[in-house]
Design a protein. Sequence first.
Length: 444
Amino acid sequence: MRWRHFGRDTIGRWIAINIVVAVVVAAAMNAAFVQFAGVWAKPGLFDIGIVDQAAAVVRVIQGAPPSLRSRLAEAGSNPGFIVQWHADDKALPIPIEGGTFHAGRKKVRELLGRPDARVLAYEAGEPGIGGRPIPFYVLAIDLPDRSWVQFIAPQRSWGLSAGARFALIAAFVIICSLVVAALASRRLARPMERFARQAQRFGRDVDAPQMDLSGPLEFRVAAQAFNEMQERVQRYVTARTEMLAAISHDLRAPLTRMRLRGEFITDAEQQRKLFRDVDEMQAMVDASLRFFRDDSDREPTTRFKLSELVSTVVDDLRDEGHDVVFEERPGITYTGRPLALRRALSNVVENALKYGGRATVTLRTTPASVEIEVEDEGPGIAPELREAVFRPFYRIESSRNRATGGVGLGLAAARSALRAHGGDVVLDSAPGGGLRARLILPLS
């Protein structure tokens, strides 16, 4: 990484900052634990091992003459365990009454074999002479001649073994690192998730809003490139649609001239064939114009009652005298383009009525989608032709009659509308025979 780029909001800089933050936080937490551990992890006298050691030293000093006791005490001392001998209690630096080591006095007497032994014990932090807290552990035991042996151990901030202390520090470092890493990764992942969602949305809707230019530098550059690509695709689709619509519109004039010239044909049979071809071409042109117009419309996305939309389509067809059954399921709402979905559903239901005479419409939900099923009682479509019928102007051979077969754009337009919503139209066999069309709309 070049240093001149370090000041930019890049992924590399964020990773470096997060590593530093994780190390600093872990070190701070560890330092705080070491600093304040004595408040809650201070071991008692039994835990630091001073009692057994003191009893052994007392037995040695007790058996020595008074002239040697000070030197024996000095010999038994080390930096973590100081032993002192005092001829009487006046030299003791602690109060001769008090301390909280009541439970341990009995054990000390048992270790010494002297039930009448006086035992003074103070833990670190207890008030000493003048009320000042004693900064260390003190254990004083009198001898039969009323002299005293005093043991001093420095204050301990840990009631744990070395292995346990290391494990606890390692746990602090790991936990702090994981927390910082989780927060940092979430911040770095958010622009990537936003980029993925926008790419998926653009795949469903070419007119989706452009991507927000935020986040690290690498994501902003990628988002800018994506927005430019989206603009180029939009211009291409718009130009293609306008060109095809213009071609379809311009075909109307020569078709009109062909019909006028056909009036001068004296052969009635030839005239009838010509007019049939002209009508067929005119129907294809009109259907193409409607298809391109629907494709170029910029209908806004809104939230609406999908069950009401389906019910409206069914009611309109019933008013025209068609036999349509709707198994209604109220309360289903959806976010999309209602006019486009209404035209798509109308095309599918009309196709079912055209070939089956009767249509059954069912609205159902799954965890991931809403499905509108349209079943008819017609002859159905062979499995190998079910994808082909979605191609524009494709017609099965048996539907060549323009009065019943249409021009072959209804299913293509329906699939185009559904795919613009991220869904699809799928054809399969109905359980009772005939064809079933499933209009699938994703919920997310």
